[in-house]
Design a protein around this ligand. Structure first.
Ligand code: NAP
Length: 308
């Protein structure tokens, strides 16, 4: 089978297409014929050696996958040959989805929802589960909450805006000027152009902040959180911010996304109800994984996907 491999960490040029033996499903696993594999910032960080989740190369990147079940291992309940599945298996261990075939634990997959093609389904799992686990599982979002979504135009953010709206929240979002209309089209009630306005002055007080930017943003976010509010962070917080939050009764939830079939099924329900749409900025053939990584670095609105 074909797979994108790398023998060293580095720029996108280290990604090469090559031939590898096809994997075989073990007990509890299914073999998936990959139709689409989403590209995420973590893929680029691992490729470049900045976040060595997979140890030393060679390795095959890719966690997001959508495809068709080709074979079923013993005890891999719930799936049959020919089923269309999607998921983010094994994260943070290797899932090797940038390939013609991959094997994944059945327990970490879900049936692809109707109304979502493989490209959209391949774009959804990692970003969608991050948004779901942040807002719903950890953030306990509820109807009527005022929610600030930072980096709302990104892969995670554009799904977070829609999930927060589906839960009945009033959504305030931040984006750069060329993406303000896009974020408004997702249903955000208020969009702050962060190049012109400071969200601390514009957002008003909120119950929940979904923070995907890091740096000094978590600390600044505390200024707009009500007493007893919740700060969901994807990239960590400083000790100073954690201490300030504790003093004001603000709960901090640090998210490290994990495989979650129940979460995938909740995302599928939202898709089928027409409350969640995946915006694919651009798709690239598998062999052009390097170009896909370069394109993702240009911060497009929504998601980037490899088609297989
Ligand atoms: N902890 C976890 O489990 C987890 C899971 C998934 C992702 N992450 C991390 O979360 C981050 C976002 O992921 P992603 O997939 O959404 O990345 P992405 O698709 O590259 O999107 C990042 C977005 O940030 C926006 N942005 C940049 N500076 C901003 C600012 N000052 N204010 C508001 N928006 C700003 C950019 O759009 P503009 O043009 O509007 O600036 C861009 O759309 C990444 O660092 C990723 O590694 C963590």
């Amino acid at each position: 089978m074909r797979a994108i491999t790398q023998n060293t960490v580095g720029g996108s040029e280290v990604l090469r297409i090559g031939e590898q033996p096809a994997p075989q499903p073990k007990a509890g696993e299914v073999l998936i014929r990959v139709k689409a594999a989403g590209v995420n910032p973590v893929d680029a960080a691992v490729r470049g050696g900045f976040y060595p989740l997979l140890g030393e190369p060679p390795f095959v990147l890719g966690w997001d996958v959508s495809g068709t079940v080709e074979a079923v291992g013993t005890g891999a309940n719930g799936f049959a040959v020919g089923d269309e599945v999607f998921g983010m298996p094994r994260f943070p261990a290797a899932a090797s989805a940038y390939a013609d075939l991959t094997v994944a634990p059945a327990a970490e997959l879900a049936h692809k929802p109707n109304g979502l093609d493989h490209v959209e389904a391949g774009a959804l799992p990692l970003a969608g589960l991050t948004a779901w686990q942040g807002l719903v599982t950890a953030g306990h979002i509820k109807a009527g909450d005022r929610v600030l979504v930072q980096a709302a135009a990104g892969g995670v953010g554009h799904l977070a805006v829609q999930i927060a709206k589906a839960k009945g929240a009033h959504v305030i979002a931040t984006a750069s000027p060329s993406k303000v209309d896009f974020v408004r089209s997702l249903g955000a009630d208020e969009v702050i152009d962060y190049t012109k306005d400071d969200f601390v002055e514009k957002a008003g007080m909120v119950d929940l902040v979904f923070e995907a930017l890091g740096g000094d943003h978590p600390e600044k976010s505390l200024k707009v959180l009500k007493q007893g509010g919740t700060l969901v962070v994807l990239l960590g917080v400083t000790e100073k911010a954690a201490a300030e939050a504790a003093g004001r009764g603000i709960r901090i939830e640090r998210i490290s996304v994990r495989p979650d079939r129940a979460g995938l099924e909740e995302l599928a329900k939202l898709i089928e109800a027409g409350k969640l749409k995946v915006h694919v900025a651009k798709r690239f053939p598998l062999a052009e994984a390097a170009a896909a990584h370069d394109f993702l670095a240009s911060k497009p609105a929504g998601k980037v996907v490899l088609t297989v």
